[in-house]
Design a protein around this ligand. Structure first.
Ligand SMILES: NC(=O)C1=CN([C@@H]2O[C@H](COP(=O)(O)OP(=O)(O)OC[C@H]3O[C@@H](n4cnc5c(N)ncnc54)[C@H](OP(=O)(O)O)[C@@H]3O)[C@@H](O)[C@H]2O)C=CC1
Ligand SMILES: O=C[C@H](O)[C@@H](O)[C@@H](O)[C@H](O)C(=O)O
Length: 309
């Protein structure tokens, strides 16, 4: 049987598959969240920065009204980079939008500080148009705020996102609470094995984002993915999502299309031969220097990812 939940380092159970909401438009995301939760999803991934949490909250409300129980849904949100020195304030804004009094997991969205007093709430810029980054910010200070917020009960767990091995190595010696999760871009074109292994060794659960290759799902047409899909009689998307569950990670897929939302919940067991094929594909891209990172916002900071240093 395919795993449906994973245990986090604080004992919480996290579902193996979740609905992503990045770039899900107002006018679409309420229905997507409500439909997903009424059709078997147990995890919704959002963020303050996505600027759609009011609607995600409406979707949650609709699902609860239809009989879905709050305690059966794992809600994730993230502190945006302008709030890394004001973590509780950032979380309070998300909770208000979501219509909740707690989330299940709060993540540091990116280990960077954007000017909290800049010219925009989310994306402050300098006169030259570049992001208004506070370069002398130490991300360990942000983590101390996360640890403080955990004590308020407004989140059941805390974790990070977009942390390289280097950043985790900087964080862990100073952490009283080891992050429960590291949410990273992950797929056969960017396996990030070094981070996945490091997280496993330290009891940090990996959540894989952009598993289909993000906007337009370009990885659906990757050759080994199609080959495995044909062999198993499943869709290429099922192969891409099952890859993570086989690796012991939770996977997030974004869709606002009901038929896709439903299909994306189908996870199959990949055997050694399937995984070998996908790993060989990753190794081949790595050897040619062709690993593909779809999400790398222009912060102008080296986050320590080997493919971007
Ligand atoms: N922590 C972070 O910094 C980040 C976190 N994330 C999280 O991970 C989630 C998933 O990643 P995301 O980048 O959105 O990309 P995904 O890899 O989930 O791909 C989403 C795209 O694939 C399409 N799609 C979804 N399912 C199918 C299907 N079965 N067949 C064909 N096309 C499909 C969607 O279209 P449509 O919606 O039109 O159906 C959309 O265009 C995000 O939504 C977010 O919650 C993502 C990026 C960064
Ligand atoms: O979660 C998704 C991504 O990280 C997204 O939040 C960022 O890419 C953001 O749009 C940015 O431009 O910095």
């Amino acid at each position: 049987m395919v795993t449906t939940t994973f245990k986090l380092n604080n004992g919480l159970e996290m579902p193996a598959v979740g609905l992503g909401t990045w770039q899900s438009k107002a006018g679409e995301v309420q229905a997507a969240v409500s439909y997903a939760l009424q059709n078997g999803y147990k995890l919704v991934d959002g963020a303050y920065c996505y600027a759609n949490e009011d609607e995600v909250g409406e979707g949650l409300k609709e699902a609860f009204a239809a009989g879905v129980k709050r305690e059966d849904v794992f809600v994730v949100t993230k502190v945006w980079a302008t709030y890394n020195t004001r973590v509780e304030e950032g979380l309070d804004k998300s909770l208000k939008s979501l219509g909740l009094d707690y989330v299940d997991l709060l993540l540091v969205h990116w280990p960077v500080l954007l000017n909290p007093n800049g010219n925009h709430d989310k994306f402050p810029t300098l006169p030259n148009g570049k992001r208004d980054v506070i370069f002398d910010y130490n991300h360990v200070d942000g983590w101390k705020q996360m640890e403080a917020v955990l004590k308020t009960g407004k989140t059941k767990a805390i974790g990070v996102s977009n942390y390289s091995k280097k950043y985790l190595e900087q964080l862990i010696p100073h952490a009283t609470v080891v992050p429960a999760v590291n949410q990273i871009e992950n797929h056969p074109s960017l396996p990030q094995q070094e981070i996945v292994d490091f997280c496993r060794e330290h009891g940090i659960h990996v959540m894989a984002y952009s598993p289909l290759g993000s906007t337009g799902s370009p990885l659906m047409s990757a050759e080994p993915v199609i080959k495995i899909a044909e062999k198993k009689g499943v869709s290429p998307g099922t192969v891409l999502l099952s890859y993570h569950v086989s690796r012991g990670s939770t996977v997030l897929a974004k869709s606002v299309t009901p038929t896709r939302i439903k299909t994306n919940l189908e996870i199959v067991a990949l055997d050694d031969e399937d995984l070998k094929l996908l790993n060989a594909y990753s190794d081949d891209l790595a050897s040619k220097g062709e690993l593909k990172r779809y999400v790398y916002p222009p912060f102008g900071i080296d986050f320590g990812f080997p493919d971007k240093s």
